[in-house]
Design a protein around this ligand. Sequence first.
Ligand code: BG6
Length: 529
Amino acid sequence: MDSSCAALLTSLNQGHACPALPMAAIQTNPLRVGLRQERVISPQCLVIFGASGDLTHRKLVPALFELFRQRRLPSEFAVLGCARRSWSDADFRSRMAEALADEVQQHPTAWEQFAACLFYEPVDLEQPEDVVRLGTRLEAIDRLKATRGNRTFYLSVSPAFYGSGCRALAAAGLLRDPARSRVVIEKPFGTDYASAEQLNRVVQSCGQEQQIFRIDHYLGKETVQNILVLRFANTIFEPIWNRNYIANVQITAAETVGVEERAGYYESSGALRDMVQNHLTQILALTTMEPPGRFDAEAIRNEKAKVLQAARLAEEDEPWKCCVRGQYSRGGSSLRPVSGYREEPGVNPNSTTETYVAMKLFIDNWRWQGVPFYLRTGKRLPKRLSEVVLTFREAPVHLFDAAGGSPTANQLVLRIQPDEGAGFVFEVKAPGSGMRSRPVDMHFSYDESFGEPSDEGYVRLLADAMLGDPTLFTRSDEVEAAWRLYTPLLELMEDAPWQLPVHPYEAGTWGPSAADNLLADDGLMWRRP
Ligand code: BG6
């Protein structure tokens, strides 16, 4: 057993809040983590900048409490919330308890123990004296909680401060040790290719790439990770996972919610920057990448970056031909009316921000040449649903009468959410004396097979960041490739927005009809789940 494991074993046996773990888990070297093993988080302090913001109480602290209840946090652990407000530790604890009222009520003892790990320091990262005070507070926490100078800094602040935040931490010497300091950066990472490249330069001047964890919460979802397992742990899929067998691919992320209280951010973002450049593009990359040479962070991210570099809009020179933007207008029923986007609080009544976007892409490589990929996402659609649909080529000869006139092409549907699982549509003989075929659906459900609900994406990703495992985080070249892919559209939206008009669609419908035409031109239809 090496020294870090021995230290871990000692600390685990010192009777802290977390009970001793089984030997198999303890023997995992925390410095050499990978997706294969059950892993142990080293003693550390998680510092959240933007601790008074929405994400902290909606996602981060609930995820940490979940990790605590699953006994996956070390006993030498602290969370230091930082924001400009002059809260005390007690204020921070009681605000978090209020926000997590249901969980606190269900697990009062666990909450009491967990809350004792929560601390707060008023910090404005733009003020050097605040950052110096932060360093002193962290040293005090190291002494109090034995967190050993091991720190994960989570930037849940306005994206405008990502670069300056990293600079401030580096200037205070807080990123000096790559083995003991990491920075997690929320999306959006840049607003276009140039700004992402510039931000990458800044953050890489503050620390090493291995210290930078660009988060995309879709990568924390079991079903998104399952794309890799389904493809590379089974022999039946990989041989047909290419242009010879797959006719087209649709990737959908549909939401029923509107812009909610986020107009301030969303107005300058829109669906393309908010969902497509990150979440949908990550799903695209996992669906289309080559098998990695080994199962580790760099090998996987190499393949993702490579395939994104080969992706392009279907019509790069005339991008308006392969993309449709939409914006929800008033809808719902007389009993439950739903506001249009332009009537939402904080939205410009003449806004041309898209709440829906659909587009067609190609990937110019040996595996995918000529296969169209259709991506769509929208708010205020009829159903919350994210899925990948791979439609296979039709059988070359139709020997049987098909129930619907012609046989349905085989489809593999990877259901990301909410009904997590997968389905395969194929033709069978319809009962009766003739030889007619009919499509049926073979169905796998996470819920039915495993019984327990999967962890929220943030649970997985926070744990991985604290473990120093970057596999499920996006590397600088991936982010840049993703922005580069959409550059012709972003430029058009900036320079000639009339060429990419925002089509209104009624709230509660499947988006503008122009998006249907995008597929109809290819003789196809969006899957209507
Ligand atoms: C966020 C977007 O990244 O993802 C939101 O900013 C969107 O606009 C959300 O609602 C969707 O996430 P999920 O996990 O609910 O599909």
